[in-house]
Write a protein that binds this ligand. Sequence first.
Ligand SMILES: [Zn+2]
Length: 337
Amino acid sequence: MMSLQRTSSPNDAPGTAFPPWLTAPLGHLAAWTRAGRLPSGLLLVGPEGVGKGLLARRFLQWVACVDSGGTDQPCGICNGCRSYLGGSHPEILEVAPEAPGKEILVDAVREVVDFLSLSQSGPARVVLISPAEDMTANAANALLKTLEEPPAGAALLLTATRPARLPPTIRSRCQQLRVPHPDRKHVLEWLQAGGRPALTVDEALAACLDQPMAARDLLQDPEAIDRWQRDRGALNALLKSRSPFPVIDRFTACEPGSLVPRLQCLLVSAQRWLLTEEADAFGRLFDSAQLAAFAQAHGPRGLARLLQDSQRWRREVSAALNPQLRCEEIVLALQPA
Ligand SMILES: [Zn+2]
């Protein structure tokens, strides 16, 4: 549901307020727009999960807002904000993969080109393509001409975590705006604000490999917290138990699509422990002596092989017809030789 509140109240869920580290980049975008200097091609670049999409969408809402009162934040209640939040604003188009991990196809980009070439009723027509590196080569090609000769008043906003994966011809035609990784202190304060979640913000952030947006999603979703706590329990059992059987029970109680990526995080932590004799943030969620023993029992080769196997487990778990059997295979593979 869309929120029509002007500001966040103390009863909001954690991480509901606009992240403070995105305020400065939003200010740049707003200032450029006010001065009529918004580049026709703009690439928002920054680490995974820092909030590039959130920043871009807040900016689009600000463009749509007719009552921002000279501030950089949209009011959230005017007709412009409502039509944007309802997905029906006539001057704004958003393009994303149909599902996470899918590609943005050439047809979607052709729609963008048609949309931007229509005569406009407002001062500007803005398109967001996010994440831009999900465009196929054909899709990126179809965008080139529009980036070279943008129609008057047209602005294209792209986001990318790995801009090197974009064709150089696209990158060179966009101005880049970098969203840096925020200070940990700011992220913790933001996640903490207002909420009393069933999980500490430190644990949520570590569980999500220091990605603020993912930690926010985890803290706001009681079912995701349950899944995390079950996964953590299963991984704890793996490190602690001398017999595979209790571990199989714990693994079977988890959702494999959630457990296997976290198992991969644990394997990476074990690798890091072997290199540095220190646990990374994810590894620190577990008993350090047990993590060290697990890492040493498998050794660098064993861990590398398990990580390779885990890619296959990750592909197979969603299609597994017999999850119980699959869990048994995985747990047995995880026993040191
Ligand atoms: Zn508004």
